[in-house]
Design a protein around this ligand. Structure first.
Ligand code: ZN
Length: 144
């Protein structure tokens, strides 16, 4: 299990480097490895979306991936992708490419803003979160 403070430290390091260097600086590639190249590509392709819900003003960040859209909680450094789930939770990586891409896009203004009604929030969240596992009334997954 990864120490979450390391994840947050890695992301604030990214913020720091982005503030003083251009996003193509070799140091950034060195810090995050191949995930950084992928993140830069995502941000450059305009695949980071900022959803602003009205009238609440609630904000959600979405990264459009190859297979599906990923939900990012940028404040707690969470992403709904498999890489985040497996590599980060196992401590094999600190951040996934989507978290880096969201950071890049936000800092550099490379994102699209999508305005939606508050009434659509729940159904959009359902799509982004993916299917919810079915649990029986006894509270356990059916293994039959
Ligand atoms: Zn991710």
């Amino acid at each position: 299990m990864v120490d979450y403070r390391d994840v947050l430290r890695a992301l604030s390091k990214l913020d720091e480097e982005l503030a003083t260097h251009n996003p193509a600086h070799p140091l950034l590639f060195k810090l995050f490895g191949p995930r950084y190249s992928k993140a830069l590509e995502i941000a450059l392709e305009g695949r980071v979306k900022k959803y602003v819900f009205r009238p609440s003003g609630r904000i959600l960040w979405i990264v459009v991936g190859r297979q599906r859209e990923y939900l990012i909680y940028e404040k707690v450094a969470y992403c709904s992708c498999d890489d985040f789930y497996f590599a980060i939770m196992d401590g094999k990586a600190l951040v996934c490419q989507h978290l880096i891409a969201q950071r890049l896009a936000e800092k550099l203004g490379w994102y699209d803003t999508v305005e939606e009604e508050d009434g659509l929030f729940d159904s959009l969240m359902k799509d982004w979160r993916g299917p919810i596992p079915v649990v029986n009334s006894n509270g356990h997954d059916d293994e039959k």
